[in-house]
Structures are given as C-alpha cells and as structure tokens.
Ligand binder design. Structure first.
Ligand code: ADP
Length: 480
C-alpha cells in the first residue's frame, strides 16, 4: 500500500477546520467590535448632550438674572477656558440678529445659527451636528428657546469624543489581532488533536498493508466519534484476520487433501512404468485412478457447493416439503447399514403439520450427513434417535446418538471447513460434511446447533423456519 507521506496541507481536514474556525471567529469578532464601537459612541454622545443641556440651563439663569452684558462676559470667559476653537456660544434674536457671542473667528467654515436652525419655542431644546467644508472634526450643537423669544446656542467640537473613539478602536484592533492569532493557533491545535485518532487509524491501516493483520488501533480519548471509528476499524480487522486465517487453513487442508491422492496416483503410475507392465496391471491402475479422481472431484464439488451456497449463488428450490417424510425416508435408507452394525434406529414424529418450504434434495443431503456422522461415531449396540417437532414458527429435527461424543475443544470448530476431530482421523471423511450442512440450513434461514459430551453421545438440532414465519432465533438450542 502506498502512502502520501507529505500530503498537501491545504487539503487536510485540520487545515480546513482551522480556516473555517478562523473565518467564523474573525466575523464574530468584527461584529462584536462594531457593536461595541456603536454603543460607546452613543454613550459618549449622550454624555456630551447632557453636558450641553446643563450649560444651557446655567447660561439661561445668568441671562435672566444678570442680563445680556454679564452673559457676553461669561461667553468670552467660557470659550477662552475651553479654547475658542472648541466652543462657541451665541444669543440670537428670532429674526437672526446676534445679541451676544464668544469669539467666532475659528468657526467661519461652519454654518452657524440661526441659518442652521429654525425658530425655537421658549424652553424647547434641540440638538444638531454641524459640519463645514474641509472640517475634519464635527461640532455638536444644542440650542434652547428663552422666555423673551431669543435663542441661546452652545456648540462644542467633538475632537475629544473622536480622540476617545480613536483610542478605543486601537485597543479593539490590537485585542482582535491577538484574539485572531491565538484563536487560529488554538483552532489549529484542536483540529490536529481531533484528527489524531484518524491519523492513528490511517497509520495502522498502512502497517496492515505490510502484512501485520494482528495490529489494532489504540482507542484514545479524542471523542466518541473517533473512538467508535477505532472500534469499528478494530472490529473489521478482527473479521479480516479471522477470514484470512480461515482461508489459509482451508488452503493448507485442501493442499494436504489433494497431495495424498495425487502422490498415491503418481506412485502407482511410476511403479507401472518401471515394472514390466502387463495389461492386467494397467487396468488395475486405471481403476485406482478412476476411484481416486472421483474422490478428488467429489471433494472439489463439495467445496464449490459450500462456497456457492454460502454466497447465495445457488438458487434453492422453494417447494413444500414434509419434513416428517424426509426424515422417515432417510432412516429407511440407513436402516440396512445400521442393522449390519447392530445400531438401533428410533424415530418419533409429531402428528401435526410438519411442512416447510425449501430444497428437498439439499435437505436430504443434510440429513444424510448427520446420519452418516452418527453412524460413524456410534459403536455397535448404540442407538440413534430422530425426532421431528413443530413449534410456533419452525420445524425442529433432532438427531441424537449414544456414540463417542465430541471433545470440548473440538465442539466450536466442527462446523469449520476441513475440521476433523482427532478421534475421527481414522474414519473416512473430508471434514466438509457439517460445513455443507450448515451452509444449506442457513440458506433456508435456519440453523444447526450441537450439544455433546465425550462418552455420552451427541445431539444435533436443526431448526428450519416455517413459511411466512417471522424470523426468530432458535429457542433452547445451544452449542455446548
Ligand atoms: P467428517 O465426518 O468428514 O470428518 P464432518 O464435517 O461431517 O466431517 O464432521 C466434522 C467433525 O465433527 C468430525 O470429524 C467429528 O470429529 C465430529 N463429529 C461430527 N458428527 C459427530 C457425531 N455424531 N459424533 C461425534 N463426533 C462427530
């Protein structure tokens, strides 16, 4: 398996996650900055307006109590103390004539009242922003109608407010830059951490490519999704590992099973060639060749049949089958051989409807395999009992013998291809009978289980679903 050791960073999920995180983070920070900026400006403006209104009230009191001359002197003093370019003060008649004012020289570029404001009712206060051509700093103006009909104006340059806003913007900009840099770094770290699990899975997959199927991914703590990915991957490896082992075992067994007869055939042929062969020897050789090759063909055919049945390639017949009759016929077939060996055969069938839908020829093969095994492993004087019963959704066939039984270590493996118990090696057989039987029964959506104890015999139970029965697991059937 080849790996891209130096992947394009821009195409990595970690990079994309970080980029998305940065974009969203920057947009959120910008929106926050915009809102904070607007709020601060509004607050400063409110404070400026409140100060102007307070000043107007004081000036009005002065005008009412001390008259216009004191007001003029106050105007000049106030403007001088704040800076004449920062503050202007005016008392204007409703017709527009200026009665008193501070020094207006720096305000020539601004459209001053009364042109900028209409007539005001007594006690009424209005606010306005004044600008002038080329003027950088705006002016906030407030005016108030006096009881005698004159209007009092005060205008304040917003230079100070602008200065505060500028400082605030600088602080916000540096804070935002720091936040974006640290946020980007954190996003990069987090994305990398989240991807660590995926990297470990990839790493393990690459090592498996180097024929190390036993390797597993360590399940870390990067989060549930990654843990589940690692678990699923390990589960898949487990299955592949067992399949590969199984395949190796099958190949080894097959090679072994093919080698012995082929070696025998070769030996025979060699002996016939080297000796002064007579026609009678040749016909003996031919008979042996036919016998051995038939056995080999049967072995290969059984293997093919298991593979095809397992993969669903074999189309099963789907005809009604009376399971009671099927079992009775099988018993009759084996009865002569059983009598020869002194084995008694017993059969009990329920009196109810034992019909299922399936492939008669294949189910006959299953019964023949089970009966053949029972006969092989039951000594003379033993008993083989068969029974067929019906439950809610299925028909159950039980084949029980009083034979050798199966060793506990063999029990989980007897349905594996080519598996033969130690005690059976002296008996004829290929170790494929039970695998084929299980494949056929499973193709009928049923199951086979076995219970056995050495010296006490074995009980094979076949469970076959009845037509239209809801799928369910066989009750009370366990491999033990
Ligand atoms: P084979 O009979 O060709 O060896 P099977 O697949 O039919 O292969 O059976 C696999 C193994 O299961 C047998 O080798 C034997 O060890 C065990 N076995 C099957 N049926 C019985 C039985 N009724 N009693 C004891 N052992 C059995």
């Amino acid at each position: 398996m080849s790996s891209n050791a130096n992947p394009n960073r821009v195409r990595t999920v970690a990079f994309r996650l970080t980029a998305w995180y940065l974009v969203l983070f920057t947009l959120a920070a910008l929106a926050l900055m915009f809102i904070a900026h607007a709020r601060l400006r509004a607050t400063l403006r409110q404070r400026t307006d409140a100060d102007l209104v307070e000043d107007l009230a004081e000036l009005e009191a002065l005008y009412v109590t001390r008259g216009i001359t004191t007001l003029q002197a106050n105007f000049e003093r106030e403007a001088a103390s704040s800076g004449i370019e920062n503050l202007f003060l005016l008392l204007v008649q409703p017709q527009g004539k200026i009665l008193a004012s501070s020094d207006l020289k720096p305000w020539k570029d601004v459209v001053l009242p009364p042109k900028s404001v209409g007539p005001l009712l007594p006690g009424h206060i209005a606010h306005q922003i004044l600008t002038g051509p080329g003027r950088e700093v705006a002016v906030r103006m407030a005016c108030k109608g006096m009881a005698d009909g004159n209007n009092l104006f005060i205008g304040l340059s917003l230079a100070e407010e602008d200065e505060w806003m500028k400082i605030f913007r600088q602080i916000l900009a540096s804070a935002m830059l720091a936040m974006i840099v640290s946020g980007g770094f954190m996003g990069w770290r987090l994305a990398h951490r989240a991807m660590d699990g995926v990297k470990r899975v990839t790493q393990t997959a690459l090592q498996i490519g180097q024929d190390r199927l036993g390797k597993r991914v360590n399940i870390g703590r990067e989060g549930q999704e990654i843990e589940r990915l690692a678990q699923a991957f390990n589960g898949m490896l487990e299955r592949i590992d067992s399949l590969v082992k199984n395949l190796r075992e099958v190949t080894d067994n097959l090679a072994h099973d093919l080698r012995s007869p082929l070696t025998r055939l070769r030996g025979l042929a060699e002996t016939t060639i080297t000796s002064d062969s007579r026609p009678v020897d040749c016909s003996e050789l031919a008979a042996t060749v036919v016998e051995e090759t038939d056995a080999l063909i049967a072995l290969l055919n059984t293997m093919l049949e298991i593979a095809r049945t397992d993969s669903g390639m074999h189309q099963l017949m789907n005809a009604p089958i009376d399971v009671g009759a099927l079992v009775a016929t099988t018993i009759e077939l084996f009865r002569p051989a059983a009598e020869d060996c002194g084995i008694s055969l017993k059969y009990a069938a329920a009196a109810e409807d034992l019909t299922i839908c399936g492939d008669l020829a294949r189910l006959q093969r299953v019964m023949a395999n089970l009966m053949d095994n029972a006969m092989k492993h039951t000594p003379c004087g033993g008993t083989i009992s068969l029974s067929v019963t019906r439950d809610q959704g299925h028909v159950t066939i039980v084949v029980a013998d009083t034979g050798d039984g199966i060793a506990a270590k063999d029990l989980p493996r007897i349905f594996d291809r080519f598996y033969r118990g130690d005690a059976s090696r002296s008996q004829p057989g290929s170790g494929l009978g039970l695998s084929l039987s299980l494949a056929i029964v499973r193709a009928h959506k049923g199951d086979i289980r076995v219970e056995s104890a050495p010296g006490k015999g074995s009980v094979f139970t076949i469970w076959l679903p009845k037509p239209n029965a809801a799928p369910q697991t066989p009750p009370h059937i366990t491999n033990s």
